[in-house]
Design a protein. Structure first.
Length: 398
């Protein structure tokens, strides 16, 4: 009998998407589902960006350069300069979403069985990309009680082995929303220089910082050869379906290696590059309203969660996610129960079980991630559902 690969068996299901069949079944029964499980913004994609695609008069939809259209890379270097990140168009490769940028980093910089250290909980797809690349994710724990602050430097030191080649950090963080401070980023700088490691910096949520400012890994002096910036337009312009990201580095050897993988996949999506190019010309104050809206949603959801009996939710400093500790026995069972067996006013809420964001067995069983990508009215209604659900759930622990 034919069998699939060990890699296929090992590839994890998405903790964000694995409950979709249960949500679809609930909807077929007429139950409204409030989707707080996935970071799909409801903020409209800027009209000027969509118009750039609509009004394109190309006669042939050609391949772009494997590194992306030069005109887009030039525009993107202007965008980075506004964020005090000074890179040339020749120091970046346009990728098919931020996902491909992460995969290129793993494939270009790490060998089979090499290790990459990541604070957990972490973006679940890092596990999937690591399996595709044949590398091993080594977690070091952060805790909800500290708001998921960067673990102590001693914890990194203990995790480093001869196989360690990189650290990956998402700032602001998905799934926790934690915003790493300048001091914490300097700590990472100290570690990667001391141990000669790559620092993979996933900065998909750079624009959404609510307390304090964003410190990019590209701001760290002396790490020019260590830092690989992994970026995307998906979140900042509500353009998730465009699938446009960027692999950015001053390390020419790493860039040249990644370029070979880019050539193998031919070219990134053409139309979305037009969208991304137009986005750079948006007014400098474009993010002000979006950021204010997300901050309002954050304040709303965190206040509602912490008012519920037995619930704790630290205040996230960025992105549009919150992690909450609930009085439940098992978050996977609870999240499925919400969709299969519960409704309030003919509605329920879809959450992401936190176990999928940890790789240490047993961690996150009483935690969930919530994406505050709905308007405040919908958030209040979703929180009404959750509050009643926690009172009725058979596996409640207090």
């Amino acid at each position: 009998m034919l069998s699939i690969s060990h890699r296929g068996h090992a590839m994890p299901a998405s903790p964000i998407r694995k409950l979709v069949p249960f949500a679809e079944a609930a909807k077929r029964k007429g139950v409204k589902v409030y989707h707080l499980n996935i970071g799909q913004p409801d903020i409209e994609t800027p009209k000027a960006c969509l118009d750039a695609v609509r009004n394109s008069d190309m006669k042939v939809l050609e391949y772009s350069h494997s590194a992306g259209n030069e005109s887009y890379r030039k525009k993107l270097s202007e965008y980075y300069a506004k964020n005090d990140i000074h890179v040339s168009p020749q120091e970046m490769i346009i990728t098919t979403g931020g996902s491909e940028a992460i995969l290129f980093g793993f494939m270009a910089c790490l060998d089979q069985d090499d290790e990459v250290i990541v604070p957990e909980p972490f973006y679940a797809n890092y596990n999937g990309f690591a399996i595709q690349a044949g590398v091993r994710v080594v977690p070091i724990g952060s805790d909800i009680e500290t708001g998921f602050a960067l673990p102590p430097i001693a914890d990194f030191e203990k995790a480093i082995t001869p196989k360690t080649k990189a650290i990956i950090v998402c700032n602001p963080n998905n799934p926790t929303g934690y915003l790493y401070s300048a001091a914490e980023m300097e700590t990472l700088k100290e570690i990667v220089i001391k141990h000669n490691l790559f620092l993979f910096a996933d900065e998909a949520y750079r624009e959404f910082c609510y307390e304090g400012s964003h410190t990019s890994a590209m701001h760290l002096k002396g790490t020019e050869q260590n830092v690989i910036l992994m970026d995307t337009i998906s979140k900042r312009y509500s353009a998730c379906g465009g699938r446009i990201g960027a692999f950015v580095t001053k390390n020419k050897e790493a860039l040249d290696a990644a370029m070979k993988f880019a050539q193998a996949r031919l070219s990134p999506p053409y139309y979305a590059q037009l969208l991304g190019e137009a986005a750079v010309d948006l007014p400098d104050d474009y993010f002000n309203a979006t950021k204010a809206e997300y901050k309002l949603r954050r304040d709303t959801i965190v206040k509602r969660l912490n008012a519920m009996n037995g619930v704790f939710c630290p205040n996230p400093g960025g992105a549009f996610y919150a992690m909450a500790k609930l009085p439940i026995d098992d978050c996977d069972k609870f999240c499925q129960w919400l969709l299969e067996s519960f409704s309030y006013n003919n509605a329920t809420v879809m959450l992401a079980p936190a176990t999928g964001f940890y790789s240490t067995p047993g961690r996150g069983k009483d935690e969930v991630r919530l994406a505050y990508v709905l308007n405040t009215e919908a958030i209040h209604q979703a929180m009404d559902c959750l509050e009643v659900a926690l009172q009725q759930y058979p596996g409640r622990t207090i």
